[in-house]
Structures are given as structure tokens and as C-alpha cells.
Design a protein. Sequence first.
Length: 729
Amino acid sequence: MILQNETTGLFTLHTRNTTYQMKVGDYRVLLHLYYGPRLEGDLSYLVRYADRSHSPNPNEAGDNRMFSLDVMPQEYSTCGVGDYRLPSLELELPNGSHTANLRYTGCEICSGKYELEGLPAFYASEDKAETLVIFLEDAAAHVGVELYYGVLEEYDLITRAVRVVNRGTEPVYLQQAASLCLELQRPDLDFITFDGHHARERIPSRSPVRPGVQSVNSNRGISSHQHNPFVVLCEQDANEDHGVCYGAMLLYSGNFEASVERNQLEDSRLVMGIHPYHFRWKLEPGAVFTTPEAALICSPCGFGQMSQQLHRAIRTNLRRDPYGRTRKPVLVNNWEATYFDFTADQLVEIAREAAGLGIELFVMDDGWFGNRNDDFRGLGDWYVNEKKLPGGLGALIDRIKGLGMKFGIWVEPEMVNEDSDLYRTHPDWILNVPGRVFSRGRGQLVLDFSRQDVRDHIYHALTEILAHDVSYVKWDMNRCLTEVWSALLPSDRQGEVYHRYVLGVYDLLERIHQDYPQLLIEGCCGGGGRFDAGMLYYTPQIWCSDNTDAVDRLGIQYGTSFCYPICAIGAHVSAVPNEQNGRMTPMETRGVVAMSGTFGYELDLRRLSQAEKEIVSRQVAEFKAHADLIQWGDYYRLTSPFDNTPYTAWEQVSEDRREALVSIVTGSTRATPPFFILRLKGLDPNLTYRIDGGETLYTGAMLMTGGYPLPVSLMMGDYQSLQLYLKAE
Ligand code: DGJ
């Protein structure tokens, strides 16, 4: 609900459990008053006015030294006029100045959720969301700033975006335009970021907000394996079930920065948006720049509720999943089974084994096209290698479909190898700076996706592939950007290339989505290097990590789950010893871990023993039986894999709380272990549950308060697992 009080200048945004309040203050400065658990009333009293030495006062304030932009909470911070904290907006004006001074000029409130052209954004039906637009103006610079707020009440979600308009007669350059500025008038917060590297993504890292600026970012052209565009600020004693916490995500897949500053007043300011590094956007007179969308959530009671609300919103109001809520096919992917070395017959043999085990979708990974026999050649030549696949894609697909399976295929549309027909024909289509030699990453170069002609070429190549009966595409991207320069842009627009690249990727994905609405696209970026809410708008699931080891995946999937829903997390059972770290884990455990994701297999099924095949067959049947609960149930992290506990446990509970699936994976074993009791969450205390159809009946209260004793046998051997299926009587 959005409320405006024209007399007091208050704007109040209520969601089911939270309140966000702003006010048009003296001199028409837009102040932020409050964001947190739901409150009624005018919270203007929270703003403090103080005469602080070295904090200047705006000209309008005259002799009033109590009013300083440096001291008061700003809704959208600028620079050059007395606020020395983190800026949200930095302009370069025709006279060379970088000063921006914003004042309120008006607002609009309407039902429904705004859209952002060419950018991913949450969507909602007219009756499920409202939009507030606040108009600010820098009169001297002739620049307008429009702050967009989308309120998705039932998810406690507030989305933000900003449009900057040049109303002058000369070009203006944008040096920074953040999507979000959030003032929290308290110092006692922790900052949680999700960090790592290739094959170890989104590991939570928590530290107190300390004086000065802390930030995470990416300047790699992708959202990156190293840091994720989702961060949390929370009370220092916040945990899964307790404490106020704020989640902030950027729906963006390129360079980003999320910074928090604890300032001289012991307040905390969070600013999030496109990374200012190498960003300089030319705004011609009349032109508009739109920032990516950011989304905010506040949970009054811990991370659990924060994640569950985010999962709900992302599942249904961001992803555009052709399967909706119906179960997606269980897949097998041949990458770790064959790498580049395969024939059509071998693929069909793997698919035949898969079909016999209940697997429904066969995905042919890298290596099927051009001269792609290793990762030094072939990218860009999106036509089939007839030596490997005689008769072409059609012949292979017919054989796969003949087994009763659907067919999926791997592509890496944004890339090219020097050893490719595409590069030989169009060496000027890559990102590269004139006079420099280009860097390589995985032996490949990045196509200049800021160019329409390059995108058109790739679009046509993709439509040739999709003219076949293809149900699924894995859209990979295997290197970071370097030598970022586009041949079609003048020198004063080269600061636009990083962002135009991302817009180009979105443009192509949107074209494909519009043309093939039934096609399921799985995003991938050397695993989880572009696992962000922006991509989820186009690719409803994303390969979570190239690390398929079940034990490492406990941590990776745990961190990922803070923001992203289970149905978006690509996870497969792979072979042991694991390809990435050599670890041995039982097949059952690998299944339990992959099941808390999209679920599939990525190994050579021909090499499995009969006993292993029986396990796979059982796992597939079990996943199919519980798919709705697993992917759409409320997700509870029962323990953390980083807490040194002897096991990691999590749980999915159905909306009506009549069903739950509890998963437990142990660490390395020890002799004569203590007795462990696991306390469940989210059940109905008054309902009676049966576990795995057993004799004993437990009330929800018993299982949540008393707990469930884990069998001692679970501790026999490393990395054992257990799944408990609870059903209410
Ligand atoms: C990186 C991906 O993450 C892998 O799953 C696989 O598709 C390879 N690329 C193929 O080159």
C-alpha cells in the first residue's frame, strides 16, 4: 500500500510485514525516514537536525546551520553540494562540474508494477502491486531524476529503479547512477556478502559494518563468481529465526557495486548499482538513462523469512518459466561423461540408459559444432560437426526422441575462438581496443554484444538450431571481459560499452524468449559466474557451479539459497572420484544434494553398476514424487555447513504445512559420536505427522521443540545422508 500525505509531505510504503517511509523535507529535500518492521504513524521525529562543524548547509538554509545534507538521511544521495557520504548520482555537466543538487518536484502513484524497457524487472498483476514515482530535479543542471518504487505487498518486496533525464540543451555525462540508496539510522549492523571464486561461489561472509566504506563489486563484465549482487544488512544477533535483516539485490548481470558506509553519525548507508568503473553514459538533450532494477526486502524475524519471501517473489514474479509450477523433466547432461570426445552413437547409448532409469531430457553439451574438439576452437561456428553427428542435429534428435526423451543443447552465443570461420570472417566483431593485442580467456574472445549486427548474426544462428525440436538450451559464458571497446561507438561513448554489452545479452535473450516461449533456457557462466536475479528473468534456472562435489555443493547451495529459490539452482549428480576435487561420496548423498536444486545427472550412465542404476532409478522416482514440495515448498536452513556441525540439514515444507522433506548430510565421521537431535521447523505444531510411512506419530510441536533423534548409524562412514518425508495424517 502506498500512502501520500500532501500536507506533511510523507510517503509511506506498507508491505505485509514492513514499512518504508520518506518525506519531502525543508527546501524540498527528499529525506529517508524509516525502513523496517511494519509501523504506523509519522516517523519524521527520527530525523535529527544538528549543527556539525565541517558539514555545510544548503544555500536555501541561510543562517540555519542545523540543516545539512551531510547529516540527514537522503533518499537518493548526490555529490558536490555538501553530502560527503557515498553518492548515488554523479553527473559530469557541460561546464565540467560534477555537482548535482536534487529537489522534489512531484509524484505519481498508480496500481500495478512499472516495467523497464530492455531490462529485467519483477512483474505483477495490476491488483498485486503499486508503483510510486517521485520526481526530483536539478534546476541548474536541467537534469531530472525519477525514483521508481514498486511495492509487492505480499512478498514484502520493494523494488527500485531510477531514470535520469537530460532536460537541457547540451549533452550531460552520467558517471554514476545507482539503483538504490538506503539509509539505516543505526551503526550496529552486520554486512553479509556472498563471495568466492570459480567452483566455490556465494559463500556467505559476515562482518560488522565498520567506520568507512565496505563494498563488494564486479568489474569483470559479468556479475561474477567472486561476489554476488545480493547483500544483507542485519542486526548483529540476527540468525535464521530472529533479528531484523535487510536483503538487497540488483537485477543485473554485469559490473556492479554494493557499498555500505558507516559515517561520522554512526548511521549506515547502502548504495547499490552499476559499478562506476569505466562507466560514463552520454545523455543527449532529451535522452533518458534507466538504471537496472534493485529489490529490497526486510524480514523482522531473521534470514529464514527473508529467504522464503525472496524465493516466493523470484519464483512467481521474476522468472518466466515455461513449465510454470509443473515439474520439469529430469535431465542427463553428457559434459562430465564425455567432454568433447563423443559420437552420436555414444550419446544415444547414454540417453538409452537414461530413459531406462526414468530420466526425461537428454542435454548435449559443448563439442557438437564446427571444429570444436577442444576449447581452443570452434566457438562461433554454430553448425553441426557431421563427423561427430552424421545426418546433423535432426538425425540425432530423432533418435533421442525415439527413446521417449526430450532434447536439449549447449551454446555459448557471446563468444568466438580465433580458430573459427566466424572470427576469420569478422575479426572486427570482438571487444578489443585499437592498437592493443587482446587477452584470451579459456582461449576465447568476447563478441561485441553491444552491436546489433553481431547480435543479429548470432540470433539467426540460434534460430537455425531452434528450428529443430529443441526443448532446452544451456546458455554458457566462459570468460570475463577485457579490452572493452566497441568499434561502432565514438570515444566519448566507450564508457557505455560494459552496460551496452549487458543490454545486448538481455536483448538477444528476450528475442529468443519471445520467439520460443516454450523453450527452457538454463543460464551458465563457467558454473555460477552470472548467477543473478537479472539472468533469472530470462533463464529461469542457472547452473549453480562447475563444482559438482556433493560436499562442496552443501556450502555453495547453502549460500545461494539466501536469495535464490531451489527451483532456480542447477544441480546434478556426477561421478566419483569427483572431477573437481577427487572426493568420494556415496551415490545416495549426491542424489540428496542435487535434489535440492533442479536435479539431473552428469555422468556416464553406461559405466554404472547395476546397484548404482537401482539407486538412480529410486532417486529419479523420489524426485518426481516430491518435486512440487522440493521446488515450491518453503525452504528452511536447519544448520550451516560452515558452523563446524557434524552434519548439514535443511528442509522443505509445503505451503499447507502438511508435507515436509528433511535432508541431512554428515561430514567426516568419528568413532562413538554423540547423540544428535535435529529440531525441525515450519511444521504445524498441532498436526500429527508420520515419517516415511512409519508407525510412530509425532506432532509438529514434538518435532520442532523436542526434535528428531538422528539414527546413530547415520554417522557410520563419511558423508552419509538421510532424507525424511513427513506427511500429516
Ligand atoms: C562450462 C560449464 O559450466 C560446464 O558445465 C560445461 O558446459 C562447459 N563450460 C563446456 O565447455
